[in-house]
Design a protein. Structure first.
Lengths: 132, 244
């Protein structure tokens, strides 16, 4: 093999290695969260994941510092238990992303809740002065 | 190419006055944008007052796109004609784009804390924006990587032209990948963007203010860079008295 050829091969290998490392490193960025179906199907128990979906209407309850709600993607629902505080923008029926682990009973124990915002901007309802 | 040719946009007896007027226009639009964004526009139904950060965050991001497009134009022209004036234009635009990206990050992180509940998330939009920032920071410094200024500027121009691919990656990152950041409202293929009319009007005033401010900063920076290279000063006294 000529020196030129081996250098090109080496460069190709280095580039392929960097690309591989980058895709592996960006796995949790390019797919920022997984849906409830993906989390239950994948054997990711006790593994820290981000779970995202709709906060099921009527499921959001807070008592004694513990917040419970369910996250749904339309087919699968996962109950979530969150201890720390919630973003003030979290609403039932809206999208949210939670970070934590799925325990043996199928309950998602979360320590971070992120409210996902849609791309709609509407003024607060007339008379809804509490938001001012 | 000689290094001491005057730049067309900065040349001529009215250039300094035009530049000053552009600055006043930017200031006027900025005040108008701040007033409409902070008082005229209603607070958002879901986000409340925090939504007003949109009037800074979105115009800053738009200005960054615009500035990086100017880097693409300047870099391409430098690769074709090797005229140092195009390199100075690309450099000034890259500096403004980096500043605008920093403003976008600053407003975005506060907005994220208020709306998402977290200051930071390693989501596709944010990570791709970091890549964009690093590419243009490298573009800026690559200029001085070679002892020969022309060779350094050529390297920078290659990166300035190729680096523009990061702009659509940032913009479409929220469509291509599953992100926390919401999709675009205005810069999206939609006939009626899902935004209240007064909010949209405020946003457009702020975007115009940011663009004009960037244009003014660009010309001002270009004049500084030109003065440093020893191009004859475009001061008013250089104009023959009879022609003013």
């Amino acid at each position: 093999m000529s020196p030129r050829r081996s250098r090109a091969l080496l460069l190709l290998l280095v580039v392929a290695g960097i690309a591989l490392l980058m895709t592996a490193g960006l796995q949790n960025t390019l797919t920022f969260y997984r849906s409830p179906s993906e989390v239950t199907q994948g054997s990711s128990a006790h593994e820290r994941v981000r779970l995202g979906g709709q906060v099921v209407p009527g499921s959001l309850r807070t008592d004694a510092g513990l917040t419970r709600f369910r996250i749904s993607d339309g087919t699968t629902e996962i109950p979530v238990e969150q201890v720390a505080d919630l973003p003030g923008t979290l609403r039932e029926g809206q999208q949210a992303v939670v970070e934590g682990t799925l325990d043996d009973r199928g309950v998602f124990r979360s320590d971070t809740v992120m409210a996902k915002h849609g791309n709609e901007y509407r003024p607060a309802e007339a008379g809804g002065q509490d938001s001012r | 190419m000689p290094n001491n040719l005057p730049t067309p946009l900065l040349d001529g007896r009215r250039a300094a006055r035009d530049r000053r007027n552009l600055g006043w226009g930017a200031l006027g639009l900025g005040v108008a944008g701040a007033l409409t964004g902070l008082t005229v526009a209603p607070p958002d139904a879901a986000q409340g007052q925090a939504q007003r950060l949109m009037y800074l965050h979105v115009p800053a991001a738009w200005t960054a796109y615009l500035a990086f497009f100017a880097v693409l134009v300047g870099s391409g022209a430098y690769l074709v004609w090797s005229d140092p004036r195009w390199d100075r234009a690309a450099r000034a635009a890259a500096e403004i784009g980096l500043g605008a990206t920093a403003v976008t990050f600053a407003a975005g992180t506060v907005w994220g804390r208020a709306t998402w509940g977290v200051w930071w998330a390693w989501d596709p939009r944010i990570v791709s924006t970091i890549v964009l920032f690093l590419v243009y920071a490298a573009q800026l410094t690559l200029r001085w990587s070679k002892p020969d200024p022309h060779r350094g500027a050529r390297h920078a121009a290659w990166l300035g032209a190729a680096g523009f691919v990061t702009v659509p990656v940032v913009h479409f990152s929220v469509v291509w990948w599953r992100s926390l950041h919401q999709q675009a409202t205005v810069l999206a293929p939609s006939v009626s963007p899902p935004i209240d009319t007064i909010m949209l009007a405020s946003l457009l005033v702020c975007a115009a203010a940011a663009s004009i401010t960037a244009a003014w900063l660009f010309l001002w920076r270009l004049a500084v860079l030109e003065a440093r290279t020893g191009v004859r000063a475009a001061a008013p006294h250089a104009v023959p008295a009879g022609r003013r």
